[in-house]
Design a protein around this ligand. Structure first.
Ligand code: ADP
Ligand code: MG
Length: 595
């Protein structure tokens, strides 16, 4: 893997060592060994005709030459065994498939659940830096590749090994000297693997990277379509996506070519050895060292063996792909960028007293302080408004309160306890967030309002909608609270969506309320409706608000002015208006506090 790859990804992925890969495979197979063994047992039975036919064929042919008196009896016997062997193939095949499915589908399900669990634990920082398309590829395509492995192991590797053992036994019985010819196959196969193995592995890796690059660019393209259209840069977008497609094409082409060369080479080598072998066996029969039956049997074995070897070699690329996919999945599962909840204290019912002590924050890969030495005491149930120019640190301060990021210096306390020692999930259950970007999934208003709640309750939902001044317009919709939103549903105005988002935040009766530009998408009329609602619900909840609307800000108990990550002024509306500062001058000039 090149350095460029390291930087291009999420910045945290590390190639696992061989031992870690093995450990991972062991984990995957854990609890499935019984089924795996059954797969192999039934597979062996299923294939026993293939193993036994050469032996039976050889024996039958020798009956022609020197069968003696009872040769008809023997012929009937051998034929019956052949038929029995053939008939058992059907039940064996069905059972083999049953256990194989249990293993592969079970592994696929477990892997996907593990990926999803991990994705839910990974920090927002990780998600903001990793494309959805790339993650989908891992959960869908890569898992499918891994699901193929148990089947390959059984059908190609195990059958080959079984074929070897049976051949060796049969040859030892009939003509031990002929074993030499079979042994030639081993160094040949090893040599072919040596020549191609590495190159195939590298090509597969490059191909996977190009595919991930393409899918993440594709998902970016999809999210950017409205912006692209608005700026009339469709051509540029198509060109950018096409270059990723070109890379996939080139890598795929390279991969196909190497597979073709490899497949053909190993086939020709095997066929050539087969021809030589047949010649040698016939010569041995001329000399009377082997019977005609032996020649037939050995030749059938040899063909079987070299074909099995060829199949084995040809699965090499598939194994390489599966290994690559395993690595790709491990990249997510092993990403250290997770929110660690172990040994963290639960937050039961927080009072909501926040205290910043000399809090500093610097974003990764940034030199500037987003916040520096912020001291702030926010008593439970009080409200503060953050105002300041764009980039002054308002959103950073909110992210700290939510625990999405941790102070790089200083401490942030909730009710006297350091946030670093708390289970943030349990804290966030007591926090309601309303932002400018309202996201709803395709479902009814009712389902959206109840999102993530264990028990949905119509009574509670309608109360929350009333508090958010959304009840009137919801009640007028065709299906009321059960009207569908999203793709196949109705379109709402910005103000309506905003009020639904407020209702969603309120339904949990949160102790802490975060309003990040919550009123900015509203027209004057609905602003008043929402503002009334907010004033009502802010009472007795610790509230952080970011807004550039005077009507929203002035109701806060305290207004904090941020400039370049520092607090420059702080006070109530009245107090700040007495002095000369960012806030008072903006209010006097009747400006908004651009955020
Ligand atoms: P505001 O919300 O007041 O506009 P922010 O808190 O978003 O300000 O940003 C404060 C500073 O941190 C800005 O200089 C901004 O460029 C920087 N910043 C914000 N988010 C990131 C990020 N994810 N990575 C690096 N720097 C960031
Ligand atoms: Mg911001």
């Amino acid at each position: 893997m090149s350095d460029a790859d390291r930087v291009a990804g999420e910045g945290t992925h590390v190639v696992p060592t061989k031992r870690e890969e093995l450990q991972f495979v062991r984990e995957l197979l854990h609890g499935r060994w019984r089924h795996i063994i059954l797969v192999h047992v039934f597979l062996f039975f299923q294939h026993s005709p293939v193993f036994m036919m050469p032996i039976l064929g050889g024996l039958m042919l020798d009956l022609v030459v020197d069968g003696g008196e009872s040769r008809l009896k023997w012929l009937v016997f051998y034929t019956s065994i052949s038929l029995v062997l053939l008939i058992q193939n059907i039940p064996s095949c069905v059972l083999r498939q049953r256990y194989l499915s249990l293993v592969t589908r079970g592994m696929g399900r477990d892997l996907r659940v593990r990926i999803c669990t991990q994705l839910q634990r990974l920090s927002l920082h990780y998600h903001n830096n990793t494309s959805v398309g790339k993650l989908q590829t891992k959960a869908l395509r890569d898992v499918e590749q891994v699901e193929l492995v148990p089947g390959l192991m059984a059908n190609n590797v195990f059958l080959f090994a079984a074929q070897c053992v049976i051949t060796v036994i049969a040859v030892l019985f009939r003509a031990p000297g002929a074993l030499v010819f079979f042994i030639v196959l081993v160094p040949l196969a090893v040599a072919i693997q040596r020549v191609f193995g590495r190159r195939i592995g590298d090509t597969v890796h490059q191909y996977r990277r190009s595919l991930e690059g393409m899918t993440s660019r594709l998902s970016d393209m999809l999210t950017m379509i409205p912006v692209t259209r608005a700026h009339g840069v469709e051509e540029e977008e198509i060109r950018a996506v096409s270059s990723k497609m070109d890379r996939v094409f080139n890598e795929g082409f390279r991969f196909d070519r190497i597979i073709a060369v490899f497949g053909a080479s190993s086939w020709v080598v095997m066929q050539a050895v087969q021809a030589l072998f047949l010649g040698g066996a016939v010569y041995a029969a001329f000399q009377g060292w082997l019977t005609v039956g032996d020649v037939l049997m050995f030749n059938a074995f040899f063909i079987g063996l070299s074909n099995a070897l060829n199949t084995l070699l040809n699965t090499l690329p598939q194994f390489a792909q599966a290994r690559e996919s395993l690595r790709s999945i491990q990249e997510v599962l092993r990403s250290p960028d997770i929110e660690d909840y172990r040994d963290k204290k639960q937050v039961d019912t927080p009072a909501g007293h926040f205290r910043f002590e000399k809090v500093t924050f610097v974003y990764p890969r940034s030199e500037r302080h987003a916040l520096k030495n912020v001291d702030l005491d926010i008593p439970a149930g009080s409200s503060i408004a953050l105002v300041g120019g764009s980039g002054s640190g308002k959103s950073t301060l909110i992210s700290l309160v939510l625990g999405f990021i941790r102070p790089t210096g200083g401490r942030l306390l909730l009710d006297g306890r350091d946030l670093a020692g708390l289970d943030l999930r349990s804290l966030r259950r007591h926090v309601g967030v309303v932002t400018q970007d309202t996201v709803f999934f395709s479902g009814t208003i009712y389902e959206n309002i109840n999102f993530g709640l264990r028990e949905a309750n119509e009574e509670r939902a309608s109360r929350a909608l009333r508090l958010a001044n959304a009840w009137e317009f919801v009640a007028e919709l065709p299906d009321g609270i059960h009207t569908r939103l999203g793709e196949d549903g109705i379109k709402l105005s910005g103000g309506q969506r905003q009020r639904l988002a407020i209702a969603r935040a309120l339904i949990r009766n949160p102790r802490v309320l975060i309003l990040d530009e919550a009123t900015s998408a509203l027209d004057v009329e609905s602003e008043e409706l929402v503002q009334n609602a907010l004033n009502r619900v802010m009472r007795n909840r610790t509230t952080f608000m970011v807004s550039h609307r005077l009507a929203t800000v002035r109701h806060a108990d305290r207004i904090v002015i941020l400039e370049r990550g520092h607090i420059t002024h702080m006070g109530s509306h009245g107090e700040l208006m007495e002095g000369d500062n960012f806030y008072s001058s903006a209010v006097r000039r009747n400006l908004r506090f651009w955020g």
